[in-house]
Design a protein around this ligand. Sequence first.
Ligand code: GAR
Length: 237
Amino acid sequence: MKADGIDEALTAPREEFAAGKKAKEESLAAKESTRPFRIAVFASGTGSNFQAIVDAVREDCLDVRIELLVCDRPQSQVVERASQAGVPAFTFRPKDYDAKEQYESEILSLLKAKEIDLVVLAGYMRMITDILVKPYYGRMINIHPSLLPAFPGVNAIRQALEHGVKITGATVHYVDGGMDSGPIIAQAPVEIRDGDTEETLSIKIHAAEHKLYPKVIRWIREGRVLLEGRNVRVLQD
Ligand code: GAR
């Protein structure tokens, strides 16, 4: 009898504990599934790619929350676009700091505080050091206006025209600390026609980028992009 009594006394709380634990796990799982996917966009200039991401979110084509714009040129158009979209902006002037490590550390603190899941470089015209690359490797992507590995660095559109290639395009890749050198996720080709100028080609490449970038962010958000060493595999939906 006594033994039974003791058993009851012991099993009841154990069951309650198990039920409580299960409920907690379920509520954590529910919280996790409803937790927004948070991105930060880094940009330096016009911000048409930033705008394309904002528009994709507005049109319900992209289920992410744009938590932050990071911009190294406070007067640039992208800052105005962020303000219009209600996206908080961290703007800074690199020359106000003694070293790059200082502002990158400040940015890192912000990304951590905001629990950023993915860093999206969209026309951010600065090399990024290990301070940011290491903690975000595999969670930081860049878009570049050429079919990499051709024409990395600045003036990629001009480089392609001067080289005389017939097809160029846009590339989205993971950031690895080199110059536009990280593992490639996706590319969109753009034909160069006779008579194309840097201006006309730039319009065509931007149009391709505005389709490609939100699509790749969506793939990552859906967990369909697998980084395997130098190679990237995208699972079909
Ligand atoms: C985009 O074409 C992007 O590919 C390029 O800067 C442009 C920004 O345009 N990035 C690079 O060249 C990086 N190496 P946006 O400000 O209108 O988005």
